[in-house]
Design a protein around this ligand. Structure first.
Ligand code: AMP
Length: 249
């Protein structure tokens, strides 16, 4: 059983980003990039399924610029067997990524596709759902537990105020949430080993997919700056200010 795992190169979660002065987008010049944190969890889960003897091969896939190779090497260091970069300088929107992944699911005959629940740069939370629709596959989103056996995936997912457990026939699409697992620490020997693992590069055209953006960003703006606080001497003044100035009482 093959597992495809989608990994996106995003601005590192610890970096504070800002809007470009002309409001056309986020300024990412000279920033540190890393694997989307939810995708690390997705790779970890796929590798655990391989280690448990459930999966035979884990294939990491990324769509984007040439530097996404580094993200794929990280996936290989966690334990993926091989990687595919679908290289393009175009802005990769969820529908385009979903179409590329659908083409790869068909090509590789993958039984399970694991994605992050969302990419922390665009916060779209769309790609897995779109892939499931395009490929006509069952899906379970926000997984906090995944068990694969007998041609089925049993997925516990986080829902408002509790959890829900679904049984899906394979092939299927699963998107993962934060509590599914804790990704392993990537060791130096595994980073070295990952350098020798196969990394194939394709272009969107090779998969017959047009990745031209379908959405246009009109404006990106930072939240208004918070004004400085004031110290008050007594509770009476605080209550007064909350009532008359902040108008929250
Ligand atoms: P999104 O729908 O953009 O919030 O992304 C959800 C998930 O889709 C991510 O966590 C990744 O697993 C996958 N994904 C999104 N964009 C890409 C990309 N360019 N390359 C590979 N995987 C992606």
């Amino acid at each position: 059983m093959k597992i495809l795992v989608a990994v996106k190169r995003v601005v590192d979660a610890n970096v504070k980003v800002g809007a470009k002065s002309d409001g056309t987008g986020i300024d990412v010049a000279n920033l540190k990039f890393s694997m989307n944190p939810f995708d690390e969890i997705a790779v970890e889960e796929a590798v655990r399924l391989k280690e448990a003897g459930v999966a035979t091969e884990v294939i990491a896939v990324s769509a984007g610029v040439a530097q996404a190779q580094e993200t794929l090497r990280t996936a290989l260091a966690i334990g993926a067997d091989r990687a595919i970069l679908i290289e393009s300088n175009a802005e990769m929107q969820p529908l385009a990524v979903a179409k590329l992944l659908k083409a790869l699911v068909d090509k590789e005959q993958a039984a399970l596709v694991i994605l992050g629940k969302q990419a922390i740069d665009d916060d779209s939370n769309q790609t897995g759902q779109m892939l499931a629709a395009l490929a006509n596959l069952p899906q379970a989103t926000f997984a906090s537990k995944v068990i694969v056996a007998d041609g089925k995936a049993t997925v516990t997912r986080e829902v408002d105020g509790g959890s829900e457990t679904l049984s899906l026939m394979l092939p299927a699409v699963v998107t993962v949430d934060l509590r599914l697992n804790e990704p392993r620490y990537v060791t130096l020997p595994n980073i070295m080993k990952a350098k020798k693992k196969p990394l194939e590069t394709l272009k969107p055209d090779n998969l017959g997919v047009n990745v031209a953006p379908r959405l246009k960003t009109l404006k990106v703006a930072e939240p208004p700056k918070r004004s400085a606080g004031v110290k008050v001497q007594e509770v009476k003044t605080l209550v007064e200010k909350l009532r008359t100035e902040a108008k929250v009482l």
